[in-house]
Write a protein that binds this ligand. Sequence first.
Ligand SMILES: C[S@@+](CC[C@H](N)C(=O)[O-])C[C@H]1O[C@@H](n2cnc3c(N)ncnc32)[C@H](O)[C@@H]1O
Length: 184
Amino acid sequence: MQKPLQFARELVSGVLAPGGYAVDATCGNGYDTVFLAGLAGQSGRVLAMDVQERALENTRQRLKEANLDSRVRLVLASHSELPIYLEGHPDAAMFNLGYLPGGDKSLVTRPETTLAALEAVLPALKRGGLATIVVYTGHPGGMAEYEALQSYTAALPQAKYTVLEYRLLNQANNPPLLLTVFRT
Ligand SMILES: C[S@@+](CC[C@H](N)C(=O)[O-])C[C@H]1O[C@@H](n2cnc3c(N)ncnc32)[C@H](O)[C@@H]1O
């Protein structure tokens, strides 16, 4: 059995191939950005965003170490500003919500901006593409963010999207859960 983040990665690896385009809407410490840049290959592109300079620094460093920095555009801005930075149609978009591990826990993702980002990226997805959203409910505001995302994604039109919720039901300490929106 895969944990939600692992399963998100497996789903992304099924749609993002060399030459592809991906979005990391919350680059944080850069692990997902490195993962996306690896899949997108030398001719691919990744847009990675975060509101914290420290997150961008950590991501830049990790990309340099992996020699993947030239295929990634790092942007210090809220993902609610995605329409300004999006270049074309992504194969995949990853959202890993919450706060920066090891960072300031008050700087968390918020439902209004997360929803604005989804509203921008979902219609732009390539047909057959997808968006993964790893959601944490254990911190203040986390449950409200989950509820907002759950109702938003559950109401997406079936003719255009298929929505999957993947969550563990009997685990202690509020493990993360995964929402995935497939563009059909
Ligand atoms: C759980 S971390 C992301 C982990 C990251 N994907 C990785 O692989 O290390 C969540 C990140 O979301 C960022 N964040 C919070 N609000 C944001 C916003 N409105 N737009 C973009 N990033 C935001 C935080 O600064 C934090 O770095």
